[in-house]
Design a protein around this ligand. Structure first.
Ligand code: NDP
Ligand code: 2IT
Length: 443
């Protein structure tokens, strides 16, 4: 049996109750197989055995007191996956679905994603099964402070630098950063996505969504297409979805649908983003509220956003939100490009449908790398004690996304799989981390 296949089987067996982790492993190892098996030096150095095993996994209790005086308990995680090319770097997710499988899949993907950015950042991810929905500000603060009372001892600006993800934005990062500073007596760039007035980077908030559209725009351009006058469907209505919508609209696209976990809205005239920002960023409300701003729009309860006809689909909500049937429907409706703003939003079967039908498909680890890339720019600015303008950061982000596209396209072509950006991203991301591990010996 091939080396890659053997490690895939072994690792799946060893991590039986972790379906999301198994899915990410399968996607990456299956596409790496020809590349790795043609290079016996990787097997000799046990690169895959080391790559699939996180360097460290932390699981800890987070006790906090709610507004009624009752003690609540959540479970938190930090998976420090791989530090071959830089300090562990990756977001924190607060969502009731968070478990070890989800944080491991995210950390594993992050290792490759961070490598693709070309910046010196390793892979990590964390989170908690805490549900921020319906919690007061003081409850959010109590939770964040308690979580940091433990996490502080495990992180540092040159060790592990967390950031935001689902359920974690500027408010949560502020509370976590504040508690870290208090416990360590040290003002350091230990989080990214911080508020602008205390060390955050301009354009970090916009970066994941903007970066996604920059990469897709480059991909379309190199295939004689563009966003101009195209119909786009974006899922989710959080940080990534909002700024992907904004940039797509700036490039002349008509974004006609957005969603949240309750349902989706369709606005054939094009989404009014100011309304969405007020609902989501200010009021922390539901996407169904959009109808009060735009009475002619339609709200549909439940799943089904991928049945809305579009040219370009940008899944920006969560893992496995787009399955095989959704992919078939998109293809049938004429969708010719899909860019993953979320992490692993398409199931393995959905990806197969896209590739089989020649849809231009950009996997999350490349397409949504603009967020973490701009986090690394925030780390650079913090280290230099200075801050760049919005335009300077945005220009660098655009350059990084163009480089990522060119890198994954070249790697795909070299592997004999032109325009298969899943293969391209996995090989390009893997190579740098694997080679760095080889040069550092048995660590
Ligand atoms: P937010 O919390 O800002 O928004 C998440 C959005 O997705 C919300 O609209 C939410 O709806 C929806 N959503 C979340 N979970 C589910 C679910 N189980 N089913 C249906 N809808 C769901 O998060 P982000 O925008 O930051 O993150 C979105 C995705 O992008 C995630 O996969 C994340 O890992 C990825 N990502 C984020 C980056 C960043 O910089 N923030 C960088 C790279 C990737 P509701 O409010 O109803 O829960
Ligand atoms: O999935 C991701 O890349 C993020 N949530 C952003 C990570 C970061 O460190 O900015």
């Amino acid at each position: 049996m091939s080396y890659t296949k053997k490690i895939l089987e072994q690792t799946i067996n060893k991590n039986q109750n972790e379906p999301e982790f198994q899915q990410a492993l399968t996607e990456i190892l299956a596409t790496l197989q020809p590349f790795v098996d043609a290079r016996p030096e990787y097997e000799k150095a046990s690169i895959l055995e080391r790559l699939v095993e996180p360097e460290r996994v932390l699981i800890f209790r987070v006790p906090w007191v709610d507004d009624s005086g009752k003690i609540q308990v959540n479970r938190a995680y930090r998976v420090q996956y791989n530090s071959a090319i830089g300090p562990y770097k990756g977001g924190m997710r607060f969502h009731p679905s968070v478990n070890l499988s989800i944080i491991k899949f995210l950390g594993f993907e992050q290792t490759f994603k961070n490598s693709l950015t070309g910046q010196p950042i390793g892979g990590g991810k964390g989170g908690a099964d805490f549900d921020p929905k319906g919690k007061s500000d003081s409850e959010i603060m109590a939770f964040c402070q308690s979580l940091m009372t433990e996490l502080t001892r495990h992180i540092g600006r040159l060790t592990d630098v967390p950031a935001g993800d689902i359920g974690v934005g500027a408010r949560e990062i502020g509370y976590m950063f504040g508690q870290y500073k208090r416990l360590t007596n040290c003002f350091e760039g230990v989080f990214t996505g911080k508020g602008i007035i205390y060390g955050g980077s301009l354009a970090r908030k916009e970066a994941t969504g903007y970066g996604l559209v920059y990469l897709m725009d480059e991909m379309l351009r190199q295939h004689d297409k563009s966003f101009n006058d195209k119909t786009v469907v974006v899922s989710g209505s959080g940080n990534v979805a909002i700024y992907a919508t904004q940039k797509a609209q700036q490039l002349g696209a008509r974004v006609v649908a957005l969603s949240d976990s309750n349902g989706y809205i369709v606005d054939a005239d094009g989404i009014d983003l100011a309304a969405v920002k007020e609902i989501k960023e200010v009021k922390r409300g539901r996407i169904s509220d959009y109808k009060t701003y735009r009475p002619k729009s339609e709200y549909v309860e439940g799943k089904g956003i991928w049945s809305v006809k579009c040219d370009v689909a940008l899944p920006c909500a969560t893992q496995n939100e787009l399955d095989e049937n959704d992919a078939k429907q998109l293809v049938q409706n004429g969708c010719f490009a899909v860019g993953e703003g979320a992490n692993m939003p398409s199931t393995l079967q959905a990806v197969d449908v896209f590739l089989h039908h020649g849809v231009l498909f950009a996997p999350g680890k490349a397409a949504n790398a603009g967020g973490v890339a701009t986090s690394a720019l925030e780390m650079s600015q913090n280290a230099m004690l200075l801050s760049w303008t919005f335009d300077e950061v945005d220009k660098q982000l655009k350059g990084i996304m163009t480089n990522i596209y060119n890198g994954i396209a070249a790697a795909a072509k070299e592997a004999g799989a032109e325009d298969n950006f899943v293969v391209g991203a996995n090989i390009a991301g893997f190579k740098k981390v694997a080679d760095a591990m080889m040069q550092q010996g048995a660590v």
